[in-house]
Design a protein around this ligand. Structure first.
Ligand SMILES: Nc1ncnc2c1ncn2[C@@H]1O[C@H](COP(=O)(O)OP(=O)(O)OP(=O)(O)O)[C@@H](O)[C@H]1O
Length: 519
């Protein structure tokens, strides 16, 4: 029905656009506000500065359309059939650029806070599917527009199998359009809700979080702190591998890559389960994190490893999804790269246990639990629990350390986390070749179906309510109760009643003397 309507409304040219999309109704206010990111000092030529890498594909001028982001600047996607299709379409275009008229909208996939997302194809090529995020600039505040630009900037930097590729970014009339990979597998949150007790088997968790870890590693190496990790933002590609989405809450900092050395297993023991005395290491082998083990003596050689972690990243702009907020975000005292590693711990916990670790009776309760000194607790272990659960708990405990500087990942990033025993045996360079877990209910069947239909989409499970990023009045109450010296300003308090889901609040922490809002 909706598909028909959209098809009927398809524009003959870009100028017809006003009639082709329904404007996003007053969207909920974003919790994002631009960060007060404090970059690290540029110590050497190795310092990567985000701004140096901005792609020229980002264009905000009205009525412009852009040439597709060049596949040559994305070496890993050079042979991607989607790129070939885009190149063919632009070669046939009179001005060598991709326009909205080259696309055929097939279906509305969903609506976010900034815009609507459509499944689409190129008019002259039925084999390549894309997701088109359409943002009606006329209906967004200046602040939200800056979020759109942030998302476009970040997307234009990415070249990674577990992150979206931005094929084109164009502005037509008052619409900004971002053309990215289409993920027919839906999101991990919906997949989780299909599982018995909302839990995934441990091997499936290892598969998904290992890929997320690699994606975060890449983002952090670029100095990007993601800040919105949660199952809802982990989409599943046609091949069952993950793709992180939603980059408008990110903030950027400089990162100083370093080489360091470590001595094999002794370091592994440090980051792994320290109570375990192992003389031999069990290596899992076989397809998709299988359980076949092989015993071998630990290697003792000194290994040089690359670490690019934005440890100096700093922002005071508090954003995120409440169950995934790190304690330093809740306290409003400023935060950095550690928030992603905290959220990574929450993610592993939720995938394994079907709930988040600090969830309270209501949102304030959750915040209180996060901010308290109470350590993470686990449900009582089953009598016969899956192999690897002890390692999983140990990893979660090390990630959910309340002090960000003592949290696993803060200093060494994903490099440290990868060495934890939970991930033992994973051959990281081959991670793209691992088979998605066949035992996960709904995963392969849905993906197969979407493949055969060519345009299927794993819908959200009814009742699997997506957790939005919000901030809520309860925080004010909560902080007052704690006698905090910080004061909070709800930037959108007056418009809160207009919000479509009524649960979005953006706030600034004001802890400077002159009372200026930190932005
Ligand atoms: N590349 C994609 N492939 C398939 N579905 C997608 C894709 N990108 C987004 N979607 C779907 O479209 C919907 C809207 O996505 P969008 O990124 O605009 O907002 P969101 O994920 O709801 O988050 P927020 O509103 O917080 O920005 C989501 O439900 C998502 O599942």
């Amino acid at each position: 029905m909706e598909e028909d309507t959209l098809n009927n409304l398809l524009p003959a040219s870009d100028t017809d656009l006003d009639f082709s999309f329904t404007s996003v109704s007053t969207a909920t206010d974003r919790t994002f506000a631009c960060s007060s990111a404090r970059s690290s000092l540029a110590r050497s030529s190795l310092t990567l500065s985000f701004n140096d890498r901005l792609s020229s594909t980002s264009s905000s001028s009205p009525s412009s359309s852009s040439a597709p982001s060049s596949s040559s600047s994305r070496p890993h996607r050079g042979s991607d059939p989607n790129w070939s299709a885009i190149k063919t379409a632009t070669a046939l275009s009179s001005d060598g650029r991709l326009h909205l008229r080259h696309l055929k909208l097939l279906r509305h996939l969903g609506t976010g806070n900034l815009g609507r997302v459509y499944l689409c194809r190129l008019r002259d090529c039925d084999s390549a599917s894309f997701a088109l995020k359409v943002v009606d600039r006329d209906h967004l505040s200046a602040k939200k527009l800056s979020h759109v630009d942030t998302e476009a900037e970040i997307l234009s930097m990415l070249d990674h199998p577990f992150l979206p590729t931005l094929y084109a970014h164009f502005t037509a009339s008052h619409y900004t359009c971002l053309l990215i990979d289409y993920c027919p597998g839906g999101d991990l949150h919906s997949l989780l809700r299909r599982q018995p007790s909302n839990r995934l088997p441990l091997q499936a968790v290892r598969f998904f979080v290992a890929e997320v870890l690699v994606a975060l590693e890449y983002l952090h190496a670029l100095g990007i702190v993601y800040r919105d990790l949660k199952p809802e933002n982990i989409l599943l590609r046609e091949n069952g591998h993950v793709m992180l989405s939603d980059f408008d809450l990110c903030f950027k900092a400089d990162v100083v890559p370093t080489f360091r050395t470590y001595r094999g297993p002794s370091d592994q023991d440090r980051t792994g389960n320290s109570n375990r005395t192992k003389t031999k290491h069990a290596y899992r082998r076989g397809s998709c994190f299988g359980a076949a083990n092989e015993q071998r003596e630990p290697s003792k050689e000194v290994v040089a490893e690359f670490v690019a972690e934005p440890t100096a990243a700093y922002s005071q702009c508090c954003v995120g999804t409440h169950e995934y907020l790190a304690p330093e975000l809740v306290s409003g005292a400023g935060h950095g790269n550690g928030v992603d590693w905290w959220a990574f711990g929450v993610l592993i916990y939720e995938l394994l246990y079907g709930t988040t670790p600090f969830k309270g009776g209501n949102k304030e309760g959750t915040l209180r639990n996060i901010a308290s000194s109470e350590q993470v607790r686990f449900p009582a272990a089953a009598e016969k629990e899956e192999e690897g659960m002890a390692e999983a708990r140990d990893l979660i405990e090390k990630l959910l350390v309340k002090d960000p500087r003592r949290r696993l990942g803060w200093a060494g990033g994903a490099t440290d986390i990868k060495r934890h025993l939970f991930f033992e045996g994973i051959k990281w360079p081959l991670i793209r070749s691992y088979r998605p877990p066949a035992e996960v209910r709904g995963l392969t069947r849905k993906l197969m179906r979407s493949k055969s239909k060519g345009q299927g989409h794993v819908s959200h499970v009814p009742g699997s309510h997506r957790r939005r990023r919000w901030w809520w009045k309860g925080l004010e109450f909560f902080m007052r109760a704690k006698g905090s010296k910080h004061s909070y300003y709800y930037c959108s308090r007056s418009s809160a009643s207009n919000h479509s889901n009524g649960n979005y609040y953006r706030y600034y922490v004001n802890n400077n003397k002159n009372g200026r809002l930190l932005d």
